[in-house]
Design a protein around this ligand. Structure first.
Ligand code: PEP
Length: 258
């Protein structure tokens, strides 16, 4: 089993002081743990420089929550992948369901953002997942297959190998209703098999497929124990140091037991 990855998505939360305190607290709790798990914090843009400064001495790296699909120019209010790279940001979430819903991001937009991130040597964390109506109608596999194919399958094998995928059933995000370990495993295995068909076995097994949706320190161990769940993209539970570190400890436990 490869090491796990745990990414915290802070969304639009925390004041500057609170963000500073939280990063320091997470850094302190992770210090000396000799982690195998890759830990990434994705605070709001305004705190990225603070995060990358603190990350120099800490057991985490830094990601952004979004970027522009364009390289640069007259696009008021946007942030480019290149700007993120200059701040030593290493990851960037794209295609989160909140961006798909509130900002109408399509699979095609997500494909463009993925390309522009890869051009700047950032690792795109590409989100996919069905809404509750789609799951109830038994369309979840079809929906996720379309999202993955349209946003990622134009990539060369080499580029694809730099991408992280996050399966986040929309009905589980921020609701407290986690997917069961079986539901997560079933979808992760399905995604891996799609990758295998397109890019081959080695790439499929090397690709990180994270689970997101009401994951917390209590349920992380069972979720991360599933063979195709390579870690988690964590929203609400990444806003409290102890809870987030509890999730990272669950990831470490799974690795040590396997
Ligand atoms: C998310 O928004 O990526 C997420 C997984 O949120 P939560 O953990 O709060 O469900």
């Amino acid at each position: 089993m490869k090491p796990k990855m745990v990414i915290g998505n802070w969304k639009m939360n925390k004041s500057f002081e609170e963000a500073d305190d939280l990063m320091i607290a997470i850094g302190e709790q992770l210090a000396g743990l000799r982690l195998e798990t890759g830990v990434v914090l994705c605070p709001p843009y305004l705190y990225l420089e603070l995060a990358t400064d603190l990350a120099q001495e800490a057991e985490f790296t830094v990601g952004a929550q979004n970027c522009s699909e364009l390289k640069n120019g007259a696009v008021t209010g946007e942030i480019s992948a290149e700007m993120l790279a200059h701040l030593d940001v290493e990851f960037c979430i794209v295609g989160h369901s909140e961006r798909r819903k509130f900002f109408h991001e399509s699979n095609q937009t997500i494909a463009k953002k993925t390309d522009i991130l890869l051009e700047s040597q950032l690792i795109p964390v590409v989100c996919c997942g069905e809404v509750i109506e789609e799951r109830k109608a038994g369309q979840h596999f079809e929906v996720v297959e379309k999202q993955i194919k349209e946003s990622l399958f134009h990539l060369s094998k080499e580029d694809f190998e730099s991408v992280v995928i996050a399966y986040e059933p929309v009905w589980a995000i921020g609701t407290g209703e986690t997917a069961t370990p079986e539901q997560a495993e079933e979808m992760h295995a399905f995604i891996r098999q799609l990758i295998e068909k397109k890019y081959g076995t080695e790439t499929a097994y090397a690709t990180y497929i994270l689970y997101g949706g009401s994951c917390n320190a209590q349920n992380a161990l069972e979720l991360f124990s599933q063979p195709n769940v390579d870690g988690g993209l964590i929203g609400g539970a990444s806003l409290k140091a102890e809870e987030f570190v509890g999730i990272i400890e669950a990831a470490e436990t799974v690795i040590k037991e396997n």
